[in-house]
Design a protein around this ligand. Structure first.
Ligand code: GLN
Length: 504
């Protein structure tokens, strides 16, 4: 038997493709076989688009054979979160209200993936409209954490993270509004990056909260994230918030980082994102990673971001406010589900019945919250105050970045919890994002990489944050820490994950 193509990093697989040691059809088939073997247990995918993926793979193989110059990741298959629209491929955002909706166009980032020749394996499971931290709010069933199938894979992008952790895909796309790329990465032992706001086009993402949403990579290595980020990022005239500047050199930064020399780099430890509420094993791994960074020449300083204490409260006003407006378009008239009441089916009653049946509880909860926060009598008290807090958080970041090049914290306060454990307690669920939300409120980029196992044997994430438009710093510091940690572990953390039982 040759190499198991599903175990390679995307960069290593890309090298084999470039060297023509393997074809994209073989690599894509290997991942489709893996999905057939394990996804009955993991349920990372809502749709598997095997035929289209193999056709795209055959096309890229033909282009390679004809001597065309191809993108570095050409032929490497990828999974896409179901909140990103894909032409001709059902896109539901994890909601019943969009069941059966086949988009007539591709998101900009999907166009880029297709143009670069990355076969799309399918669409991944998620909390409905990306609201959640466990993927349990999906209308299509739970995704299971490959480390322990009784546990959550994080959310809202649990499907993308689980697919990458279970070797069903070497690469995946996630979206992060309050942590939905980074927190699932943390609890599955994978790497996830939320780019600078405006760094990756939002055209064709089903909006949750437009001022917070960003798409980004989910991978098994820091270099793979840099490769994918460079491919999907950059200016898009179809997104008015897209940054009209070239991206920093992300792959080069990851390569530089891999030498593990951080001489002169100032790493700021955020005082407010540790201590009470954080699992002891999470804090222990965090401290050990800091020691490794120090050993590599980094200067560790403590910074204070006093308003981060209010980030969660501000987020849960701003997000529902924007979501209530963004979700108004799902009314049974334009997309997906339409429920027609038998009795007197006026347009208004159709809309009400469709929304009543089509949306799940968490979505309804947030629409009600958001509508309330935006109502005339309460606008200033709630939404207005939250926006002021948002400004204070942005100022905290600006001040902190005067004394540090990057800021660091644990990604999530705990490791993966049991399925069902927090489902009836929305506030406990919201607390998972306490360390990731400030970056969304300020628009700064963040990366999570595995920093070891907690006492319960489950993965812990380490978060790196950088100033807006300095995403390259995430990759330099992330790749350095990854190299140092893997040196200690003797390889990637995922090697310690239990083998999944294979169906065939
Ligand atoms: N868990 C957060 C929420 O429920 C984050 C969601 C996200 O990033 N999409 O809002």
């Amino acid at each position: 038997m040759g190499t198991d193509l599903t175990r390679l990093s995307a960069a290593a697989l890309a090298d084999k493709l470039t060297a023509k040691e393997v074809s994209s059809v073989e690599a894509t088939q290997a991942h489709l076989d893996r999905i057939a073997d394990v996804d009955h247990a993991v349920h990372a995918f809502l749709q598997v688009s095997g035929e289209a993926a193999l056709a795209a793979a055959a096309d890229v193989d033909a282009r390679r054979a004809a001597g065309e110059s191809l993108h570095a990741l050409a032929g490497v298959p990828i999974a896409v979160k179901d909140v990103v629209v894909t032409k001709g491929l059902e896109t539901t955002a994890g909601s019943k209200i969009l069941q059966g909706w086949i988009p007539p166009y591709d998101a900009t980032l999907v166009e880029k993936l297709k143009a670069a020749g990355l076969p799309i394996l399918g669409k991944t499971n998620m909390d409905e409209f990306a609201m959640g931290s466990s993927t349990e709010h999906s209308a299509y069933g739970n995704t299971h954490n490959p480390w322990d199938l009784d546990r959550i894979p994080g959310g809202s992008g649990g499907g993308s993270a689980a697919a990458v952790a279970a070797y069903e895909a070497p690469l995946a796309i996630g979206t992060d509004t309050g942590g939905s790329i980074r927190q699932p990465a943390a609890v599955t032992g994978t790497v996830g990056v939320k780019p600078t706001y405006g760094g990756v086009s939002r055209y064709g993402l089903i909006a949750l909260a437009s001022s917070l949403d960003q798409a980004g990579p989910v991978t098994r290595t820091v270099l793979d994230s840099a490769l994918l980020h460079e491919l999907i990022g950059g200016h898009d005239p179809r997104d008015s918030t897209s940054i009209d500047e070239p991206l920093p050199a992300l792959v080069a930064a990851a390569q530089q980082g891999a030498t593990a020399d951080l001489t002169g780099v100032r790493v700021g430890v955020i005082r407010e994102l540790q201590g009470e509420g954080y699992q002891p094993g999470v804090l222990a791994r965090f401290e050990e990673s800091l020691e490794l960074l120090r050993g590599a020449g980094a200067q560790i300083v403590e910074v204070s971001c006093p308003h981060f204490t209010y980030a969660l409260a501000a987020y849960y006003l701003i997000l529902p406010a924007e979501a209530s407006s963004n979700l108004a378009k799902f009314d049974g008239m334009r997309f997906g589900l339409r429920v027609v009441p038998e009795d007197n089916p006026t347009a208004e009653r159709v809309m009400s019945a469709t929304r009543g049946q089509g949306f799940g509880d968490e979505v309804k909860r947030r629409i009600i919250l958001g509508t309330y926060a935006l109502s005339a009598g309460y606008y200033d008290a709630y939404y207005g105050s939250a926006q002021k807090v948002r400004t204070l958080i942005q100022r905290d970041f600006t001040a902190a970045f005067e004394s540090a090049d990057v800021l660091v914290s644990p990604t999530a306060p705990t490791t993966a919890f049991k399925l069902g454990e927090k489902l009836d307690d929305p506030l406990a669920m919201y607390l998972n994002d306490v360390a990731t939300i400030p970056a969304n409120l300020a628009g700064v980029p963040g990366l999570s990489l595995p920093s070891g196992l907690s006492d319960d044997g489950l993965p812990v994430g380490f978060q790196v944050l950088a100033p807006a438009k300095a995403d390259d710093r995430l990759y330099r510091v992330g790749a350095a820490l990854e190299a140092l940690l893997e040196n200690e572990w003797g390889g990637p953390l995922l090697l310690k994950a239990p083998e999944l039982e294979v169906a065939r």
